[in-house]
Structures are given as C-alpha cells and as structure tokens.
Design a protein around this ligand. Sequence first.
Ligand code: SF4
Ligand code: SF4
Ligand code: FES
Length: 962
Amino acid sequence: MSLVENPLVQEPTVHSLIREIDYGTPLSKAEKSVTLSIDGKQISVPEGTSIMRAAMEAGIEIPKLCATDMLDAFGSCRLCLVEIEGRAGTPASCTTPVAEGMAVCTKNERLDRLRKGVMELYVSDHPVDSLDRVRYADVDLLATAAEVGLEEVRYGFDGARHRNPGIDESNPYFTFDPAKCIVCSRCVRACEEVQGTFALTISGRGFDSIVAAGMDEKFIESECVSCGACVQACPTGSLIEKTVIEKGKPEWSAITTCAYCGVGCAFKAEMRGDEVVRMVPYKDGKANRGHSCVKGRFAWGYANHRERILKPMLREKITEPWREVSWDEAIAHTASEFKRIQTKYGRGSIGGITSSRCTNEETFLVQKLVRAAFGNNNVDTCARVCHSPTGYGLKTTFGTSAGTQDFDSVEHADVIVVLGANPTDGHPVFASRMKKRLRQGAKLIVIDPRRIDLVHSPHVEAAYHLPLLPGTNVAILTAMAHVVVTEGLVNEKFVRERCDWDEFSDWAAVVSQPRNSPEEVAKISSVPAETIRGAARLYATGGNAAFYYGLGVTEHSQGSTAVMAIANLAMATGNIGRPGVGVNPLRGQNNVQGSCDMGSFPHELSGYRHISDDATRAMFEALWGRPLDEEPGLRIPNMLDAAVDGSFKALYIQGEDILQSDPDTHHVAAGLAAMECVVVQDLFLNETANYAHVFLPGSTFLEKDGTFTNAERRIQPVRKVMEPRNGFGDWEITCLISEAMGFSMHYNHPSEIMDEIARLTPTFAGVSFEKLDRLGSIQWPCNEKAPEGTPVMHINGFVRGKGKFVITDYVATDERTGPRFPLLLTTGRILSQYNVGAQTRRTANVLWHQEDRLEIHPHDAEQRGIRDGDWVKLASRAGETSLRALITERVAPGVVYTTFHHPDTQANVVTTEYSDWATNCPEYKVTAVQVSPSNGPTEWQRQYSELVRKSRRVAATVEAAE
Ligand code: SF4
Ligand code: SF4
Ligand code: FES
C-alpha cells in the first residue's frame, strides 16, 4: 500500500489551529553556552542542550518519535540519527548533548535511508484498519513517515505480530488501542515525569511488550488519575480522547484558562465550529507548563448539560413554581424590586455577592454595582469562607494580601512544608511540579491531621509528618518558632536588615517561653515533641524552605493567627524574597485571588485599599460620578444575621451557592428565606436558588472574554470560543441591572473594564488585554516599576517597609469535644470533584466519586459497631446528616473526615457558627461531632432528594419547550 493514499497523510493542515513547536528535549537551564555548527549553521545554546533541540532552535527539524520536549530524552526509536564530524556511527540526536566546536550533519542520503528503514518497520506495525480511529487526531507517527519520505511499506500494515488484547474503553474520556502502540514509552514517561503517578509500565518483551496500566488492569481500575498526560504524549493515537473520535478533527483553537482551581492551567480550547473537541494543556502556560488534571482537561461537558438553565425565571414567592420570562422582564423586575426595597427599608437593606468563579472584570462590576448603584458597601465574596485570613495575615506582616512566589519557585526549594493542604487532590498540577522537585531530592514536611497522599507516594516520602489534632496549627507553628529561637537558628542578619527588630525581640521572647516548647505543645497537639523539633530544624537549616498552605490553615477560629505565624517563621529564618522560599497560599477557586483583588470585600476597594481612605474613594467617585459610602458594609454572615433580624431584604448573588458553601446551613436558609428578593445568577438551579425569587442564567468560561488571577497573582486571559447559550456574558447582565437601576454602566468589551481597573488600581496600572495577548500572562504588581509584572515579591524589602512580627498566642477554639460530641470532624476535597460539585457532578467525573463518605479510624468504628460502607449519622450541636462510612487509618483515632461535594450530604449542616476572629472565615476544619450507626438518609435529606427531582423536572420541561 502507498502511504500517500493514506487519508491521514492527505488531510489538509488547518492553519488556524495553534501548533506549538516541540523542541524534542527540555530546555537546559545551564548558564554557560556552547557554540556548534549544524548543517553548516552556527548556533550557541546552553551547555547540556541536546543536538536535537539545538537543531530545532536553528530551524532544522530532525525526525523524531520517542522524543518530546515535555520529557527527558529516552533514545529508543532511532529515528533522530545524525552524523558528527570526527565520530563514528550515527548517534541519536535526542540523547547526545552539544559540545563546543561540534559539527553536525542532520540530513544526507545515508541518514535518509536509515530513517526510512526504521520508519517502515514502525508503520508496518501500525494496523491500517484502525487508521480511521485516528483520522482526526494529530498523529506524529504518520506525519513523521511523510517527513522521512516513506511512500511504500514492504511488509503490509496488519501489525499481525503485535500483541493485542483489545481496545480499553474503560476510561470515560479516552481510549487505549494497544494495536497502534509502538512502545515508545512516551505515555509511561509522561505518567512518571510530568504527573508523578507511576501508573503505567511497559510489560513483556520484544513484540510482546505492551503498555500496562497498574497491574495489567483496565485504565479505570488502575491508579491512573486521568490527567491525560499520556494521551497528550502518545504519537500514534493509540491513546486518544473519545471526543476527538466522536466529533472529528479540531479546526481552530484559542488559548484560555481553566475555570476550576487556583492553579490556573492554560489550555488550548480546540474547536470544530462552535463545539469544543478537546482541551489541550498549553506548554507556554506559565502556571501549568503543559500539564493538567482530569477536571480542566476533560470535565468541561457541563457547559452543555441538559440541566443548565438558559432562560430567566421569576416567582413571587419561593413556594411558587418558576415562570420563564424575557430578559427585559427579568432585569426590569430585579431593578424595580431592589429600588422598592431600598425605598421601604433603607439604602443598606440590599447587597451583592461576587463570584470567585467569574472573571476579574465581572467581579469588579458587581462591587461597582453595589457601591455606586446600590449606594452602600454591602458586598462580599466566597473568599470570606476560604482565604480571607490569608489576605489579613499577609497584609499585616508583609504588606500585600497575596502569596509571595510564582509556581516556578518550587523548582528551587530544598525544603517544602505542606500545611493544611492536600495538593494532589486540591491543586493537582502544582502537586505534580512539587513531586518532581521532591523526587530530585528536596525534603518534605507535612503538617496535617490526615495522612494525605504526599506523605507516602511513589518515590516521595515525607521526612516528617505531623498529624496534629484539628485546631492546633498555631500551637505547632509557635512550637516550631520556639525551636528556631531557642536553638539559635534565627537568621539574624535577615531579621536586622529587613524586619522591625523590636517587634522581633518581643515575639522571640514570647515564643521561647517554656509553655511554647514542643514538649508542652505535644500534649495539646498529639504530635511527639521530637517530630516537632525535627521539622523545625529541617525548615530552618535545610536550605531554601517554602511553606505551601491551604484551607486547613485558614478555616479556623485562629486562621489569621496561623497565617501570621507562618509569616513569622519565614522572616525569622530568612525564607522570603528569593526563588525557592516564601509563604504560598494554595488558593481554592480559579479566581479567588482575583475576586479579592477586585474589591469584593465590604471594607476594601480594588487593590486592598480601605474604603475609609478619602483619597482612594475620591478617585473612584470622580470616575464613577457617584459619592461612595465611607463606612464598610456587611460581610456575608452579617447580611444573613441582618436578614433574620429583618433589616436586610435583598441580595444579588453572582455565581455562588452560599446555601451549600457557607457554614451552618440552617442559619443560611433562615437568612435567605427572610429576604424579599433573592436574585441568583448561575448556570444551574443551585441550592441557593431554592430560596430565590429571580433566576438569571449565567454563562460559562467558554462563552465570554475576561481574565482570571491564580494563586501566584498571575492574571491570565479567558477567551470566548462560543456565543453565550443564555444570551449574555455575566458582565453584561450586571451592566443591564445597573442601567435599569439608573446608574449608567456601559462597556463594549471586557477589555474596557480592565482599562478601568488599571486606571483605578495601582497594582494593576500596567495591565491591559493588549499586554496579556503579548505576554500570555502577568503577575501583579504590574505598573511603571514592574511593567511586565512581579514573579517573586519582597525581594529587596517588604511592601510594607519593615517586615512585621506579630505575637501569635495559641488560643484553643471554643469548639471542644466532650461526652456528647467526642470526635473532631475536618473536611476537604477530592481530585475528581470540585467544591460544591455544581460542574463536576454534571460530568463523567462522578464515576470516581459518587457520594461523600465519612472517613473514620478502625478503632473509632469498632467502638461504635460501624462496618465499612455502613450508613452512619454524623451529628454536631448545629445539625446532623447521614452518609456512609469509610474505615481507614488515613485519619487518626478521634478524627473523622469528609468531602463536601454532594448536596444530598451537605456537610455544612453540621459545621458551626464559629469563625476566624479577624475575618469571620468559618471554622470548617474543626467541628465536634458524634458518629453512630443509622438506617440511611435523614428526613431533610429525603426532602432534599424530592426537591432535586422536582428541579430536574423543571429543567427537562424547559428543555422540552425549546
Ligand atoms: S500508548 Fe502511545 S505513547 Fe504509550 S507507548 Fe504506545 S505509542 Fe507510545
Ligand atoms: S482544576 Fe486546577 S489543576 Fe486541574 S486543570 Fe484546572 S487549574 Fe489545572
Ligand atoms: S527521537 Fe531520538 S531516539 Fe527517538
């Protein structure tokens, strides 16, 4: 058969698809450079560069199959042969490093003949009857065949000798056809080097060799985490996305940003017409460097889920059924209700909640609507319930409410402390980068009540795991400080130069008191003193040491105190202001950093400037043409309290589900039920919408332009790849409400909103859509001093001037265990699901997590007569719920744990009203509970299931009407 007849080879190139150059091997970071000649061209490259990469950089492409620049060179396919003057043979260019004065020939008759011969063997082992399967994909194998000029294959295409156990379709998102595998090992290496899961191996030898998942299992049954790195790496289409097979070859693409977590992975949205065919991680994405997790890469189907609401709806009372209305009627009704309520109950009787799922531009507009059109400062955001203590703690100590580093910084860390975070589930792409550094030899300290995966995973072993009792973070951090101070491990030079010495001295005097010693703290934290001492010594003396922390730090009554305790440790040891160190909050939602930056808190305008500052307010007033209230407004919990008290009557909620995400569900429900007009703007009828009078359908990240800001302060573009199915981007809906309320808010495009943000916010002064297009992303501060942004902060001094040591005395939470509630509940996320699950539950990701389970230690389970899988009642003084038990030693005796992704569990029914003293961030991570056997769901859970069935019927009716 002639290869030129092959439909794949004949497929015309579609030029509007973004194609990234594959340099074949990773970039060498050596400082010394080497000059050589390749095909007569002189080129200088860093020492350690492969000949293949040097050639690519000189514009000379050498055929390759087993090499890709995401992976270390492997040298198995023998296609990239070259000749080197003065050396015998034909070495592989991917595994041969450059040398000074080297003269390389990449193409001559002999090399062509050798390559053709190798290629012919590969192609003959690639059965043509399955070429249809890869017709639409970019298949390097066939492109390379064309590149080496192979037109005829003497041995046929049947691949008859190849071991072929049949196609594995078990994964919901991709398939694996061993018949097309050339055993290049790219998938295996991607799983190891990029993802760090080590789920794939090559089993067997010679023609019997084959890629095997786990212990030769189906992909779905193995440890594979479905990150898709193997699919991306496969050059033959043996591993391929099911959507590519179903929908066909993508025709065009745009770079955009994942709408799930705060890692902020950049993707190419590859499209066919206005349909997404696949999401491919973008190599130039500076947060993810070409990697992704199962959510961003595969779980985007919710955009077309049949339960998505596309038409506005109204109802007079929350007990009535919804009535579909036009956009005009919905907006007019919303505005007139807001105005009526303000006339009757006063200007402060209404407010708004911005969304960390929406863009910066959309968030900015919601707070503008509240401040300028509503005329008060009753605006808040979901960061209230997650990282508000980070904002407070880091602003107080360093002067800026944000993490200090970029993600690249982890590549320079020698000691990594993970505190109250579970990166492999919560921030998986960053976890992969962290694990890579750990495999290179960095040391790991995990401080967490659970034995999270990082404590012990393939080729990663924590040097110390501190399984503290929930609620004792501050005690542990202070005990670590005690060791640093009393054992003479303070970096005095750094502290004297960079920090306030008097404040340091006061702090040092307090932490060195015997009550803060590891021996004393061991009694309250359950962590042995020697473990605390060892961890503290390693942190202080192990080289570049970096803290990465999550909600296990912030969601406590001492959340802000713990953030400041981390900052104190970093300053005392000089671990601030250079790559490899720092204090790094792992932010939860895609744009939680951005929503805080944009002025979503009731006391702050954009850029964290206090509303009471006359000069700042004057700037906004001049541009917006409205006087602004100088008094901070209500936080979410205060709005709900005021609603129950009868003084707060209406709320505009953009893209949040506060009924599910906020603590003490019964209180949230009571607050919402007491209001006269609740407006919910979302993709789906979420739980909060059960209490809404107006439902405004929202748009997905695929349907609008804008920006998200990730955990490293990186502002990244979100690009519209399809028209909004609901008719409007969320920013347009806010503008419509504002106009209807009589406050003019008109923009032709979100870029104009960013221009306004830049005019009003010094840390964003240099940001524009044009610059984002040019640079790809920008880390704020971006202004005259740093026109291209700031990867690492506080390099030559703290933003606030001198670093501030704050005394962080440990105060035990009021939430105590006792005879009635003897166990401590803590909560967290799982890899496949996202927060309240509104999106991920509407994708095939449910396959991995169909229900929330309660993790309980075997000892506690046995005492209560609970077996694995039994229904159990989880009760606290706030409420109770039922779920099934998972017996595991991941949790210590006395501690239980659950996720909160499923509304029919609603873990927040049991969480209490306690919150962080400084920011009101709820104490989700410590609830005293009792666990007992139960017969199944509670009464409210049964009622809830009925409600869900009803709302599904509404969605189905709407769909049928369309
Ligand atoms: S499945 Fe693809 S990437 Fe993996 S060894 Fe086979 S051809 Fe290579
Ligand atoms: S969910 Fe987070 S880690 Fe996963 S692809 Fe999206 S941004 Fe990346
Ligand atoms: S690309 Fe160099 S040996 Fe395969």
